[in-house]
Design a protein around this ligand. Structure first.
Ligand SMILES: *[C@@H]1O[C@H](CO)[C@@H](O)[C@H](O)[C@H]1NC(C)=O
Ligand SMILES: *[C@@H]1O[C@H](CO)[C@@H](O)[C@H](O)[C@H]1NC(C)=O
Length: 442
């Protein structure tokens, strides 16, 4: 208790220091000639209960020492578009808003940050911060409408919902809802998902439990995955399915069924991905939920067509098997258009095309700690990863090449002159975009 008291006293001291610096910064800012016409996500930000110590990234230096992000040992790569710095603890989770405009991140520094994706190719990357009071977030998800952020609390071991309000001056306020969800899991939670339909929330723990929640925090259903343990679980982008993998060599997919009036009905088995010969570490869906990719302890990754009529007992088709490095923790991400799969293993990321399964890029030692999360943005232009304090953003050149290849094939097939001309135009601009991204090398 005395430790807490000391911490509190220290916290108060810091707060006063921050306040003093803010006043200084505000005075400086009042001076003419300021040229900050930044994107939507700029300070001064985060008023309200979630942000007791404001932190405006736009504020001129000097910053309070505590806020100064430590330099990560330099990782460089010709395809690195950005390193997003601001967190002062290890970043554990990344999530893009449905409209693609924002990236949310959370870290063990007790903050959640929002980044503007429009900034990715700019020189400066600002973020706005929300404080997680007396806890830290291990997982973060946008609600489908982008108006709320759901976080999984590391100590509270449950979900807290923050209302995100955009103000007229383009800043945001984060307001926690009055009550956190009840604590229900008996083992550490490994993932959380929100259905795009807004009808349910999923949490999965490392035992064999998946819980389906109403948006208000009532448990609608509990699923026993029977996979010895859960390694990964998620909600499909269409919001219809939840799926899980674990110690057993299959991925199981369930449908979460609702009645016509939106009332919860039941969870039913949909289909399974069978073919790996050892436990599955991770899997991912394409954005239309018609393709999936899996990575297994058996040293392979697989690409599947899941656009099947499972109610007529149709099984998913295996489209491709590729070999890859595997070591726990291992994650796989699939680009929205399903052209590209990225696999993280330890601190490395390898990028494959899904057409032939060839390796396209390899990023070695991307983070100083194991990669905790890996995702493509909603446009498919970027791949983002986290593991230490920085978030790294890569150009998805493999995705550009796949689209180019598709258009070239269409050009060869096409006989109409106008179509040919249009395709030639598109190919030309796609080549230019690719050269702009990695021109130095190619
Ligand atoms: C990461 O890549 C390097 C270089 O290819 C390799 O030596 C190392 O074993 C890889 N790490 C893992 C965990 O696969
Ligand atoms: C999926 O991604 C593709 C390519 O990025 C995009 O054109 C399409 O609109 C997206 N579909 C959905 C359902 O989000």
């Amino acid at each position: 208790v005395s430790c807490r008291a000391m911490e509190a006293a220290l916290g108060l001291g810091l707060l006063l220091l921050v306040a003093a610096l803010l006043v200084a910064a505000a005075l400086r800012r009042a001076a003419p000639g300021r040229t900050a016409t930044g994107p939507a996500l700029t300070g001064p930000v985060l008023t309200g209960p979630a942000a007791s110590s404001p932190d405006s990234p736009r504020r001129a230096k000097p910053r309070p020492r505590r806020e100064k992000p430590q330099r990560e040992p330099g990782f460089t790569h010709r395809l690195l578009a950005a390193a997003l710095k601001g967190h002062v603890g290890a970043v554990s989770c990344l999530h893009f808003s449905s409209n693609g405009k924002h990236l949310a991140s959370c870290a063990d520094d007790r903050t959640v940050r929002l980044w503007s994706t429009r900034d990715f190719t700019a020189r400066e990357h600002r973020s706005v911060r929300g404080n997680v009071e007396l806890d830290h977030a291990e997982l973060v998800r946008f609600s489908p409408d982008g108006r709320a952020l759901l976080v999984w609390l590391a100590n509270g071991e449950t979900i807290r919902v923050y209302k995100v309000t955009k103000k007229d001056d383009d800043s945001f306020t984060f307001t926690p809802s009055s009550e956190d969800f009840p604590k229900k899991h008996k083992a550490p939670v490994i993932n959380m998902g929100v259905a795009e339909t807004g009808k349910f929330i999923m949490t999965a723990s490392s035992d064999t439990t998946i819980l389906i929640w109403s948006p208000k925090g009532e448990v609608l259903a509990s699923i026993n995955t029977n996979q010895m343990n859960n390694a990964y679980a998620t909600v499909s982008p269409c919001g219809r399915f939840v799926a899980s993998c674990g110690f057993t060599p299959d991925v199981k997919v369930w449908e979460v069924c609702f009645g016509k009036k939106g009332d919860f009905r039941e969870v039913t088995r949909a289909f399974e991905l069978k073919g790996h010969t050892a436990g599955v570490y991770s899997f991912a869906f394409s954005n239309d939920s018609r393709r999936m990719a899996t990575v297994s302890k058996d040293g392979t990754w697989k690409f599947w067509d899941t656009d099947v009529e499972y109610k007529k007992q149709q099984d998913p088709y295996l489209l491709l098997t590729g070999s890859c490095d595997v070591a726990e923790p291992c994650r796989i991400a699939l680009s929205p258009d399903a052209h590209v799969a990225a696999i993280s293993c330890g601190t490395n990321i390898t990028v494959y095309n899904t057409r032939r399964g060839e390796e396209e890029e390899r990023f070695v030692g991307v983070h100083t700690q194991h990669i905790a999360d890996l995702a493509f943005d909603t446009s498919g232009r970027f791949l983002v990863s986290c593991g230490d304090r920085a978030i790294r953003v890569f150009h998805n050149t493999a995705g550009y090449r796949a689209v180019l290849e598709e258009m070239e094939a269409a050009l060869r097939r096409s006989s109409s002159r106008t179509t040919k001309e249009r395709l030639e135009q598109q190919i030309h601009s796609a080549r230019r975009a690719l050269t702009a991204v990695c021109g130095r090398k190619r």
